[in-house]
Every structure is written in structure tokens, then in C-alpha cells.
Design a protein around this ligand. Structure first.
Ligand code: ASP
Length: 303
């Protein structure tokens, strides 16, 4: 089977075309980073982690550096990761001053028998595993401060131009993994947890079926268990593309809010769908990179 790494850079009302180009450059880079890890001896879970880390490190995405601020002006982040072979999973929520929350979620998965660690406990766990926290406020950017100020004025989601990040991957043996990381929603209360840290809502992977990472209005995604809904639809026989499209549409109709998702089936078929106006995504398969941000748009480039 041909390995694939598929990533998204968040679904939203991205109206600025220059920003759209930056997001596209970011997701293309992330897909290539993950693919390189996968094809140079790394496992599929290492590959999705590396792809997400590369986006957490870029200020343009709403994850890691550049995360949106809560109403107290602080960054509180969520992330989750899952491996399809044995359904092992790890997640963190409301973590502060951690450069790469996805790697902390991976440590929760690898080093504990828990699925989700929160806030101070997660930070203590990080230190126990030699993850040195950043200086308080190090992840706050000028853009995120401006976005919060704009939100306070008009309650407008200025962060809609930013994006949660995620990756799904399949290796040559059909092994699947998924990872998702976010700063959350603009205007959130301190202490709010998102869909992104919830296994079955933000992230899911099962080698028998497929792998999914979602983005969009977190409370809506959580109520609908969007990632697992897509998995269940594939289990009922829908293709990755049909299941992703159908579940995003169903959720949007039922709960009147928007989302996006990326999916790989256990045969390596790709599904990409969003009910927002845009979602940046990219995947590498062999020496070709596929990417897009607008509806019904797909570009192909030779790597
Ligand atoms: N799902 C994220 C949250 O609600 C936000 C996003 O995906 O843009 O925190």
C-alpha cells in the first residue's frame, strides 16, 4: 500500500487571500514533513506528530505559537493523538506554556494508562518527562492580542482566519494514526476544553476502518462526535469521501454550525470536507502533493 500523510490547517471564514496562501504553504510543508518521517524509517504516529508539530510552530495556525487567547488573555491549548492498531490514545486539555501540546498528548499515550490529562496536572506531568515549559506568555502573539481586542469590540471571530491543525496518516502496512491540536475558539472562557482533546470528536483512528481529524465549532463537533460519526459511516460501507462529506453536512444541518474534517480509509482513500467557506488541506502520496483551500478545488504538484 502507498503511504499517505493528509493534514488540515483549520476550517473557517478565511476571507483574506494572502492569509489563505500562507495557510496553504503551511499545510503543504506539514504534509511533506510528515511524509518524510514516514518514508525515512519513522512510524505513522511519529509522522502525524511531526506534521502537527510543524504547524504548532508556525504563528499563522491556531495551535501552539499563535493560539487564540481566552477571555483572560492567556493561551490554553488542547491536543489529542490516536493509533489505529490498538486504539491507544492520549490527550491534553487547558495546557499553558507548552510549545508542542501534541507531543505532550503523545507522552500521555505512551507513558500513562490515562487518555486525558488537564491543566496543572498536565504541566506537572510534562516536567516529570523533561518537557520544559516556556516562559508564561511566550505563545501569545501580537496577532492573537489584536484578534481578542477585535472580538471584544464586535464579538467577531477574528480568529476565524486562523486554524486548528490536524493530520492523519497511513503506512505501507495499512497502519493508521490521527493527531489534532488547537488553541480553541475566540471568546472562550478560561478553562474551556474543546472537541480537539476529545477522542471520537476531534480525533479517531482504527486500523479496521480509518482515521479522522476534525476542525470547526468545537461544542458542535463534540455533541455530534464528528470523528467517530465518520468512522461509523465508513463502517456501514461509505467511502472516506462520502462519509466525511455526509457527516459534516448532517452535523451542520442538525446543529446549525460548521466544521471540517480530513479522513483516510484503511485502504488509503482520502476524504476532505468542510461546511465553512474554506479549509486548508494537503496530502502527499508518492512524489505528488495534493492541496486546496476552496470548495471543489484541488491542485497537484510534483514534489
Ligand atoms: N475545534 C476548535 C475548538 O473549538 C476550533 C477550530 O477547529 O477552529 O476549539
Amino acid at each position: 500500500m502507498e503511504p499517505v500523510i493528509l493534514v488540515h490547517g483549520g476550517a473557517g471564514a478565511i476571507s483574506d487571500d494572502a492569509k489563505a496562501q500562507e495557510l496553504l504553504a503551511g499545510v503543504k510543508g506539514a504534509a511533506k514533513t510528515g511524509y518524510k518521517v514516514l518514508t525515512s524509517g519513522g512510524g505513522v504516529v511519529d509522522a502525524v506528530e511531526a506534521a502537527v508539530r510543524s504547524m504548532e510552530d508556525e504563528e499563522i495556525f491556531n495551535a501552539g505559537l499563535g493560539s487564540v487567547l481566552n477571555l483572560e488573555g492567556e493561551v490554553e491549548m488542547d491536543a489529542s493523538i490516536m493509533v489505529g492498531s490498538d486504539l491507544s490514545a492520549g490527550a491534553v486539555t487547558v495546557v499553558k506554556d507548552i510549545k508542542n501540546p501534541i507531543s505532550l498528548a503523545r507522552l500521555v499515550m505512551d507513558k500513562t494508562d490515562h487518555v486525558l490529562l488537564a491543566a496543572e496536572g498536565a504541566k506537572k506531568f510534562a516536567q516529570l518527562h523533561k518537557v520544559v515549559p516556556l516562559q508564561p506568555g511566550a505563545l501569545v502573539t501580537d496577532a492573537s492580542k489584536k484578534a481578542l481586542a477585535k472580538w471584544r469590540e464586535k464579538q467577531v471571530e477574528a480568529s476565524a482566519e486562523l486554524g486548528t491543525v490536524g493530520a492523519v496518516g497511513i503506512d505501507s502496512d495499512g497502519g493508521l494514526a490521527a493527531a489534532t491540536s488547537t488553541g480553541g475558539r475566540q471568546g472562550k472562557l478560561a478553562g474551556r476544553s474543546s472537541d480537539t482533546c476529545m477522542i471520537g470528536s476531534g480525533t479517531y483512528a482504527d486500523d479496521n476502518i480509518g482515521a479522522v481529524s476534525t476542525t470547526g465549532h468545537g461544542e458542535t463537533i463534540a455533541k455530534f462526535c464528528l470523528a467517530h460519526s465518520i468512522i461509523k459511516a465508513m463502517e456501514r460501507g461509505q467511502s472516506a469521501e462520502e462519509a466525511t462529506q455526509n457527516c459534516v453536512e448532517l452535523m451542520t444541518k442538525r446543529l446549525n454550525n460548521t466544521a471540517g474534517a480530513i479522513t483516510l480509509s484503511n485502504r488509503g482513500e482520502v476524504g476532505v470536507a468542510f461546511s465553512t467557506n474554506r479549509m486548508s488541506w494537503a496530502y502527499q502520496k508518492g512524489d505528488h502533493l495534493y492541496f486546496g483551500i476552496d470548495k471543489n478545488e484541488r491542485h497537484i504538484e510534483k514534489v
